[in-house]
Ligand binder design. Structure first.
Ligand code: NAP
Length: 253
């Protein structure tokens, strides 16, 4: 077969929050491109395991509550045990809380920031330390959002966290590009998952959102797989610090 720069055979990819939604779509897409998958999260990824194994790849699960950022080091250790040190880290796990900014509580702030930004940073650090020590390099893909670019409404901690993800992706790329570590992000548009169930259930918001998506439909988790395969593969070796929107054209409007 001719050279394929998107081939992930022999690579091991860690995907956080892979039991459902976008994380599941990413894990399955990476597996179909050849990677073995280590899922990290708090819920058993039974369905994802089945799909990855059907794609002919190995699958392992590390149970972890990513609300606790001090666990990042032990998560990286546990994720390296089943198949060896992974060379791809996909920071997908995320949560959202909605409330008026005037009423927003410290708990609503901390719960979201701890998972979406603090754990994400310390997981990047834990894996990068391993790659620097081994001299191997690696690939990090952080999951950003349209609210990395826009303000949103009633989601103060989510917007702060996702704007932070885009900034941090740039900072880490600046520090680690010379070490062979590619740090990039994917910014999904409006994707049909649990995270957006409330929006889709609200008829007015649903039609407002659909009305400004040039593609004319909500995205599916599988729509994000191509960008993740690209950013995990040698095809992106000179791509550093960028955030790729996969949004059906939302940002172009
Ligand atoms: P989802 O279906 O709600 O999935 C979120 C994932 O994160 C689940 O696996 C969830 O685990 C995990 N998670 C949340 N809190 C956790 C914690 N404390 N510890 C461990 N795992 C935790 O939502 P999704 O839409 O697929 O979201 C995936 C990522 O994409 C998130 O970062 C989200 O912000 C981002 N995103 C989504 C959209 C969209 O339109 N859907 C758009 C832009 C960005 P449990 O199942 O156990 O809760």
């Amino acid at each position: 077969m001719s050279f394929n720069p998107f081939n992930l055979e022999g690579k091991i990819a860690v995907v956080t929050g892979a039991n459902t939604g976008i994380g599941q779509g990413l894990a399955v897409g990476l597996a179909e491109a050849g990677a073995d998958i280590v899922a990290v999260g708090r819920s058993a990824p039974t369905e994802t395991q089945k799909l990855v194994e059907e794609a002919g790849r190995r699958f392992a699960f590390v149970e972890a509550d990513l609300g606790q950022a001090d666990k990042a080091g032990s998560v990286a250790e546990a994720a390296s045990a089943p198949f060896g040190t992974p060379s791809v880290l996909v920071n997908n796990a995320g949560t959202i809380m909605r409330n008026d900014a005037l009423d927003f509580t410290e708990e609503e702030w901390d719960t979201v920031m701890d998972v979406n930004l603090k754990s994400l940073f310390f997981l990047c650090q834990a894996f990068a330390r391993k790659w620097v020590e081994a001299g191997t390099g690696g690939k990090i893909i952080n999951i950003a959002s349209m609210l990395s670019y826009q303000g949103g409404i009633r989601v103060a901690s989510y917007t702060a966290s996702k704007s932070g993800v885009m900034g941090l992706t740039r900072l880490l790329a600046n520090e680690w590009a010379t070490k062979g570590i590619n740090v990039n992000a994917i910014a999904p548009g409006y994707i049909a998952t649990n995270n957006t169930a409330a929006l889709r259930a609200d008829e007015k918001r649903n039609s407002e959102i659909l009305g400004r998506i040039p593609a004319g439909r909500w995205g599916a988790p599988s729509d994000l797989a191509g960008a993740a395969v690209f950013l995990s593969s040698s095809a992106s070796d000179y791509v550093h610090g960028t955030t790729v929107p996969v949004d059906g054209g939302w940002l172009a409007r």
